[in-house]
Design a protein around this ligand. Structure first.
Ligand code: 5GP
Length: 196
């Protein structure tokens, strides 16, 4: 069991509707030592790639993406959720449906900060149905850049996102893959390596 899995078992709370709350260490209050460990682990997994930019989506992806960007010494860019598209004039946009809030957001990135020369590592806290990732991938595509890899802290393996993204051919690494979870008992089962 890695340090993120252990922390999820200790402090994660399983809610109804397939939501895992990690507010005490990842999404609301943040454990900075854990964040740094996550940053180092993703650096180890992707260091052989020519990554020159980290891309995430506000708000909860930013802290993990910061820890990763600190290891790579490259800029961190985050897609903004915006109703009024008004940052720096020209933007790449994507529609993203929020799994937790059940609403749709237009996410935007200024064209100023993403180009065909960018080799991007996409980072996010959770992967559920894959909408957030598909939006970020689309934004990199619009810029003509390259998605070198995708780094996810917690993948919910019982939802379709992981399979969809892997089937599209992307190199996706998730630190903790939840195979199943039960909001009545609180039990959380992780996918083990041999099944990956
Ligand atoms: P997706 O777009 O893959 O369906 O959902 C991913 C996004 O929804 C993540 O950026 C994350 O913020 C949020 N999310 C999805 N599932 C969970 C969950 O179980 N717990 C928390 N805290 N956030 C989640």
């Amino acid at each position: 069991m890695n340090c993120l899995e252990a922390r999820i078992v200790k402090d994660g709370v399983v809610k109804e509707g397939n939501v895992l709350k990690v507010d005490s260490f990842l999404n609301h209050q943040m454990d900075i030592d854990l964040m740094n460990e996550i940053g180092k682990e993703f650096y180890d997994r992707f260091r052989h790639k020519p990554i020159n930019k980290i891309l995430t989506i506000e708000a909860s992806g930013i802290a993990i993406a910061y820890a990763v960007a600190q290891q790579f010494h490259v800029p961190l860019l985050f897609a903004k959720k915006s109703k009024s598209i008004n940052i720096a004039g020209d933007t790449y946009t994507a529609e993203v449906e929020s799994f937790t809030h059940k609403n749709k957001n237009t996410v935007v990135v200024s064209k100023q900060f993403l180009s065909k020369d960018d080799r991007v590592l996409i980072v996010d806290d959770f992967l559920a149905n894959g909408c957030a990732l598909q939006g970020l991938i689309s934004i990199v595509d619009q810029a003509g850049g390259t998605v070198e890899g995708i780094a996810i802290a917690v993948e919910k393996g019982f939802q379709v996102g992981g399979q969809v993204i892997r089937n599209l051919g992307y190199h996706l690494e998730s630190l903790a893959i939840v195979e199943s979870m039960n909001h009545e008992t609180g039990e959380i089962v992780f996918r083990r390596k041999e099944k990956e």
